[in-house]
Design a protein around this ligand. Sequence first.
Ligand code: NYM
Ligand code: MG
Length: 207
Amino acid sequence: NQVDDSKRGALIVVEGLDRAGKSTQVERLVKALDARLVKFPDRTTPIGRMLDSYLTQKSELDDRAVHLLFSANRWELAPSIRQDLEAGKTVICDRYAFSGIAYSTAKGLPFDWCLAPDATLPAPDLTIFLTISPSAAAERGGYGAERYEDREMQLKVKSVFEDVEDRVGDWMTVNADRSVEEVWKDVEKAAKNAVGLVTGPVRGLFD
Ligand code: NYM
Ligand code: MG
């Protein structure tokens, strides 16, 4: 097997509703592809600490300010993501700009306003969206204590993700009501296919 050293890495984004089993699938992908994991929000940076405080209900922030902080949190990681892709490393993002659009639009902000600050971020070669029904989420022990983790909000978020799908290429929706193994079969196949198909320079999101 010849390895092509000049080939860039793939950017694979995993998006999902809360309780969809995103962390489990992401963990498997990182191992299977020997990839770098970037989790958004990255709660370890100064901006990320503000977001963590907001999500865990320790602080209040204007909806627009929060949205821009989530985007800024992606932009502060974007140069190192691009660098790794260009160096041939595959990068897996656990959430990305699509979560930003879905959650903020679900709160009532205009879709296009939400999209704007993330335009021109590195574009994913594949986005895997793990969707789950509220009843399956409930069977998994229900939602946690963070902001947004309730049935009504999740239904709104799900519907915006479905609108995002119409605006973005290289998107795959996976039914995550099924078992971990069944979901993994689809996720692994699509991700390995995407890694094999990578060509050309890193594009910009919504370019
Ligand atoms: N979230 C995440 C947003 O509202 N906007 C964003 O841009 C991103 C990346 O943060 N409930 C929300 C969705 C999640 C929460 O993510 C934290 P996780 O993966 O549940 O820890
Ligand atoms: Mg969550």
